[in-house]
Design a protein around this ligand. Sequence first.
Ligand code: SF4
Ligand code: SF4
Length: 472
Amino acid sequence: MTVSTFKRGLKLPTRKHATEGKPVELVPMPKQVVIPVNQHFGAPNKALVNAGDKVVRGQKIAEGAGPGPMTVPVHASISGTVKKIEPRLQSNNTSGLCIIIEAEEGQDQTTTMFMPPLDPYTCTREEALGRIRDAGITGMGGAGFPAHVKLNPPPGKAVDIVIADGAECEPYLTTDEAVITEKPHLLITGLVGTMRINGIKRAIIGMEDNKASLIPLLEREIRLNDAAKDLDISLGLCRTRYPQGGEKMLIKALTQREVPSGGLPMDAGCIVQNVGTLVAIAEAFTLGKPLIDRDLTVSGGACKRPKNIRAPIGTLITELPPEFIEIDYGSLQKILFGGPMMGNAVSTAAIPIQKNTSGIILMTGEETVIDAEGECIRCSRCIRNCPCRLSPVLMNNALESDDMEEAVRTGLMDCIECGSCSYICPARIKLVQRFRVGKQRLRAMSQRQAAVKQEKTPPAERAAGAANPGRA
Ligand code: SF4
Ligand code: SF4
């Protein structure tokens, strides 16, 4: 099998040895969970429960506050009593509304409020998309994009390949590998179900070449799945190179297609879904189970027992017994939610696990560099290593001068926030951190402009527009 890749990017130390090959361990039942009401990219949710309400594992507790597809519901991950609904610190370093559920002594956790199973191979397209939305499934690779929206490209977009993203190029993280090893049957079920939604006949499961040993396992599962018999599902190995798991890089490596500037994978005829998302989709069909548990890696030099874990959404690792997870606070220097390249550095580990938490990395001083920013020495390393062929130094200069127009012109909105430029910069300039803030500012500006435009629209026209949102 040939090994493909993309241009530029970085060869990073993988640091996966501490959890590689380890099975996923179920966490001891948490006494409480803190479930963020909003865990997806899109329109906000509202809570459906009040303090004092009894809830059952799998029960819907929050859903979209208004019409529109860019929202997914949130479900109780344990059975218990809603103690409070209040703002709490989340992994994106903002305070957001959370539903706090306490499990009482001896409470039955085996009774669930799941949906009835639905056959992914015979149900209608609408039923399939509705099931994925109702199960609250978002991309589990990090961005939290609603899965049903990704699987429903607008008319006119010709999508002919589904890519299962099992590259897992971030250092430390090993959960995708564990998911492929432990649930290959569900992975193929989710993949075939996903292909059926849009009548797609071709799929590629993309992995870095450090996971080549998983090929026979996946080939066997593809052979055993009757619904996959008339489909072209292949395996694609990519070089172990960061950020190989980025959608644009994976599409380029596996299909030689380019996602155009400002475009999405569907503009290259592809839908990319993380392997964990595909397993969640399969469970939503076969078990009727909403997305209430999450597999993730807990690792780093300041983690005394690094492991892959499965935890109810809303679990705080600081509340798990020390014999299961123990933090070495003496050597702890940095806490990351997500991997070290794209994850968020946070001030405390007492932050709830969300649908998109792929890992919690507890780093020592030796594993991380906390240097003050220096002056740019114009070495152009950031340009030479940017996988999106952008000029990070120019984008940074524009943002520093508050020139948003120039920042956009030099590629800000095409930045995938991979962090390669920050990693390689000898002056330790916080490039990607500025790009994240710059993009947030741009989004806020366009939301304000949309709100002003709506205010200026006469009420009758507004009502007609709401009734026909597809109108130009
Ligand atoms: S500019 Fe964006 S895409 Fe390019 S290396 Fe930096 S973070 Fe990655
Ligand atoms: S890598 Fe850092 S120092 Fe070199 S050009 Fe880019 S911003 Fe400047």
